[in-house]
Ligand binder design. Structure first.
Ligand SMILES: [Fe+2]
Length: 183
């Protein structure tokens, strides 16, 4: 999932808020999904370095770029029940997500069937490869998750699924806020 690194008038979004010394050790290369899962859990445990960036505002998504270099891209996302990324992929990137407060929901589309859905609660984490297509949202108001991607996000695919099941992919920049295309 993913999001913009910019300052907006009604939401404080910080680009690359953290320095490497505040982060778990990075190997200086692209990391696998398994490595990202271990790494994001370590960062989730360091609440003192990211806690100050948590904020929840009704009616607008809040997300912060915690760190970005040539190999990884790290975000803090705040969720309310109304928040929904829509269907998307992460192009070439693997990723890992640690839920640090509340719970988020993750859905994966299934052709000819209902989406596979799960709720990931505080203290849990999951990882995925570049083949993964999902949509995420808040399962509880006031939820928080930390996301790491490697290689860093540049482009992502957003999907619209029509009522008859036809899917269509739109390539978007990582700096665009993900929203449902079929809303
Ligand atoms: Fe995602």
């Amino acid at each position: 999932m993913t999001l913009a690194a910019a300052e907006g008038p009604d939401r404080a979004i910080v680009a690359g808020a953290l320095v490497p010394a505040e982060l778990p050790a990075l190997p200086g290369r692209v990391m696998s999904a398994d490595e990202l899962l271990v790494w994001v859990r370590e960062l989730a445990d360091r609440a003192s370095v990211w806690q100050r960036y948590v904020a929840h505002q009704a009616g607008t998504r809040h997300y912060v770029s915690l760190y970005r270099d040539a190999d990884v891209d790290v975000w803090l996302l705040c969720w309310n029940l109304e928040d929904d990324t829509g269907w998307h992929d992460h192009d070439l990137s693997s990723g890992a997500v640690a839920v640090t407060r509340g719970a988020v929901r993750e859905s994966r589309p299934r052709l000819g069937g209902d989406p596979a859905e799960r709720v990931v609660a505080e203290g849990r984490a999951f990882a995925f490869g570049p083949d993964h297509i999902h949509r995420m949202g808040g399962s509880v108001d006031g939820s928080v998750s930390i996301h790491v991607y490697s290689p860093p996000l540049w482009r992502m695919g957003q999907y619209a699924i029509a009522a008859d099941g036809e899917m269509r992919r739109v390539s978007v920049s990582y700096a665009e806020e993900l929203r449902p295309l079929d809303a």
